[in-house]
Design a protein around this ligand. Sequence first.
Ligand code: C2E
Ligand code: MG
Ligand code: MG
Ligand code: MG
Length: 292
Amino acid sequence: QAKKAGRNSFRFFDPDMQAAVEARAEIERGLAQALALRQFQVYLQPQVDSSGMVVGAEALVRWRHPARGLVPPNEFIPLAEESGQVVAIGAWVLETACACLKRWESDLRKCHLDLAVNVSARQFRHPGFVQQVIATVTASGIDPGRLKLELTETLLHDDIDETAQRMHALRALGVHFSMDDFGTGYSSLSNLKKLPLDQLKVDKSFVADIAADPDDLVLVQTIIAMAYNLGMQVIAEGVETEEQRELLLRRGCSHFQGYLFGKPMPIEEFEDLPELRPLAPLMLDSADEQAA
Ligand code: C2E
Ligand code: MG
Ligand code: MG
Ligand code: MG
């Protein structure tokens, strides 16, 4: 016990902690140039409907750090939020996503796919955000209805009228909205209905235990019912097992995302997925017949 306390009092010199502090400093320094050095990469994770068909993907950013390898977003997005760099990173991710959607437009196997892009609270609240999204979407020439912006629950807390106003401005363009990680923050339910949301995304922490924990299953069931009553679609994230998929499906969940259907992968890999198929494969068969 004494030894433990003694150790704690010397925590400042803990080599592990020292390493963590240095790693953070290195990430902060590197972040400032990462965009210019083209070190970010967008990964795509499939989203499927109740029949298992891929209906779209979520764009998830990664950082190819020259020394640290592939850095996951949880290790740099929070820092980029603090520094404000998330505004520029987010703008780049959006541009990349719009370029994908544009490319897919003329591809029979992909023209029906939607793309979801994460928007951090700081990015959303940035004064130029609405104009930036409008400019990017317009310049890319995509159908704005294919784009979904994933917002975080922190936007439900304060300045709900400003949040609603911004969302309506983008809604007018045709862009859709999803509430990410639903149920993990302090959601104000009365504020939830003030926003033009199209989708609720059930957080993976609820999905993880639904097969083992009846309470989590009740929570998820309640979230699904509430979403439908508010006119929103539901997608469950973090679906890893067939059992989880079935439990969710039986409770009315219509869309799914998780390792069961595919991990986040480089854009080219996603575009080559054999699961991507035309909406009406039977029509292709008859076209083949005609050609024969
Ligand atoms: P998120 O938006 O909730 O994204 C879902 C996260 O769950 C992703 O982690 C994804 O890889 C992971 N995931 C997907 N399926 C499963 C599964 O079956 N099991 C488990 N255990 N995990 C699964 P990732 O890619 O590390 O991203 C973490 C978070 O970083 C994201 O959470 C999002 O909040 C943030 N993020 C990622 N890309 C961006 C971005 O471009 N902009 C902003 N602002 N934030 C981003
Ligand atoms: Mg997300
Ligand atoms: Mg999420
Ligand atoms: Mg989550």
